[in-house]
Design a protein around this ligand. Structure first.
Ligand code: ADP
Length: 496
């Protein structure tokens, strides 16, 4: 059974139980007032318009009835009839179609129009009880038809004033019941609409969403329209879909990366292997027939083997970084001291190659970064290696600049090398990307140096970007999270 049907059945049963309880309590109230458990049957046998006679009405009626049987002519005398009147009890005597007596309060009215017809079918001394309206006033009445001595038709009406509402309600009672039923249907419909809108519809949407996920479709969105449990469920479902989607996308990306890595490994390793094989065959065939030639061949083989080794190391490192398999140990690092020490080391190495290395620190105070020193060193090595690799000027120079903003530290590695074309600049951080000029110049790069640097910087919560002018030089910038003396980052400072 659907939830919607269950709800409708629940509403219907609630309404019916309510109606039954209403009737039951009504019955108990009437029973406690009348002391007559049979009143319901009587009520129905006398129609819904049944009205109980008051004792005054009953007495007046019985006296008049007696008079109509014994001395009907007495009823033609107003002073006799008047005696039977009480407050709220009016009397009308009719002879044939003529009103021969009417109480003061209803006298002026055109009574003939309002009084019921003589009960021909029921014969003499038959009486009836009912309700009628005279002018704007409602009455319950008891009416007796009798014959005068000369067999002319006579009628007695004993009327009691009732509230006009009773009359109206009596008249519209069936209509009221009908209205009540309509109201019940409308209420059930309305409740059902509310439940449908707030429960059934979101559940249906969730079902459709689950169906889509089952079929592997994760490209949709469902949003919660309420803050209740259903809303929370929808929200949780949406979060689950998003996580599932990104995990599937990540899986696809890993798969792509793996394929790309494999094809790159086979491509990049084939060239040195082919040339090593060539040199080995040269030695075997006796082409390296002099000790000088032989030592040249062996030196080339050894260089190619070392290149291959370095390439394999880079590929491994990149793939491990890509799969988040390298643990990062973030600490409060005195970046000012760290950079100075790195630059000194580099200056020492570069002095042999006649390359100037300059360091400038914009800040007067000691700066701290949230960083993994070993990984940061790897970034600097990759950047400076590129600067050295693509140097083409006579006077070769590398500038390393450390600066700070309110929340970040920015490190720039600038060279006066070959520069990068604007088209290539957009791709240098892509894995395996090598700009044309670097391929031609046989710099022997894997195209992974900057991709590795990017991975590491992003793991630090920073950014990496480049500015370059072809022929003039290149600046690679990267940012790190700044730490204060206490070891808090700017974000933590704000939170605290
Ligand atoms: P590679 O191993 O080829 O150096 P990288 O990822 O480190 O790979 O660099 C990608 C490409 O970006 C390089 O092939 C080169 O064309 C360009 N590039 C990077 N740094 C520089 C630089 N300092 N000067 C000129 N070109 C650079």
């Amino acid at each position: 059974m659907s939830i919607q049907l269950r709800f409708i059945l629940t509403y219907i049963s609630i309404v019916f139980v309510f109606i039954i309880l209403l009737f039951l309590s009504g019955f108990l109230i009437f029973f406690s007032i009348t002391g007559d458990a049979d009143f319901v049957r009587k009520l129905y046998s006398h129609s819904y318009e049944y009205k109980l006679l008051t004792p005054e009405e009953e007495n007046a009626f019985l006296d008049l009835k007696l008079l109509s049987e014994k001395k009907p002519e007495q009823l033609l005398r107003p002073e006799t009839v008047k005696k039977y009147e009480f407050e709220n009890i009016d009397i009308v005597i009719q002879k044939n179609t003529e009103i021969v007596y009417a109480s003061e309060s209803i006298k002026g009215e055109n009574l003939r129009k309002y009084l019921p017809k003589h009960q021909k079918s029921k014969g003499n001394h038959s009486y009836q009880q009912d309700m009628l309206r005279i002018g704007k006033q409602y009455f319950t009445y008891i009416n007796l038809d009798f014959p005068f001595s000369n067999q002319e038709k006579g009628s007695i009406y004993v009327l009691r004033k009732i509230s006009p509402y009773v009359g109206i309600i009596n008249r519209i009672f069936p209509f009221l019941i009908f209205l009540l039923l309509i109201l019940v249907i409308v209420i059930i419909g309305f409740l059902n609409y509310l439940v449908s809108r707030s429960i059934i519809k979101p559940i249906r949407e969730l079902k459709e969403a689950a169906e889509k996920i089952k079929q592997g479709d994760l490209h949709f969105e469902i949003s919660a329209n309420s803050k209740d449990e259903i809303g929370e469920l929808t929200q949780a479902f949406e979060e689950m879909r998003q996580k599932l989607k990104s995990s599937v996308e990540l899986q696809i990306q890993y798969e792509d990366n793996r394929k790309q890595l494999l094809s790159s490994i086979s491509h990049d390793l084939r060239t040195p292997i082919t040339s090593i094989v060539g040199y080995v065959e040269g030695i075997q065939d006796g082409v390296a027939n002099t000790p000088d030639k032989l030592s040249k061949y062996l030196l080339t083989i050894s260089t190619k083997a070392k290149d291959m080794n370095a390439l394999i190391d880079e590929l491994f490192l990149f793939s491990k970084l890509d799969l988040h398999e390298i643990p990062f140990v973030f600490k409060k690092l005195n970046i000012s001291a760290f950079m100075e020490s790195y630059v000194q080391e580099l200056q020492f190495e570069m002095s042999e190659h006649d390359i100037d290395v300059l360091f400038s620190n914009d800040s007067l105070t000691t700066l701290y970064a949230k960083a993994d020193a070993e990984q940061l060193r790897r970034v600097l090595i990759n950047l400076t290696t590129n600067s050295i690799k693509f140097m083409d000027k006579e006077r070769r120079r590398i500038d390393i600049v450390l600066s700070a903003t309110e929340s970040e530290l920015i490190i720039e590695v600038k060279d006066n090398g070959a520069g990068i074309s604007p088209e290539a600049l957009a791709h240098i951080f892509d894995r395996f990307y090598r700009a044309e000029q670097s391929r031609n110049s046989n710099t022997g790069g894997s195209g992974l140096g900057l991709a590795i640097a990017k991975q590491i910087v992003e793991r630090h919560g920073g950014d990496i970007w480049a500015l370059s002018k072809l022929g003039e030089g290149t600046s690679i910038f990267f940012s790190l999270q700044k730490m204060n003396e206490n070891g808090d980052t700017h974000e933590e400072d704000i939170v605290n």
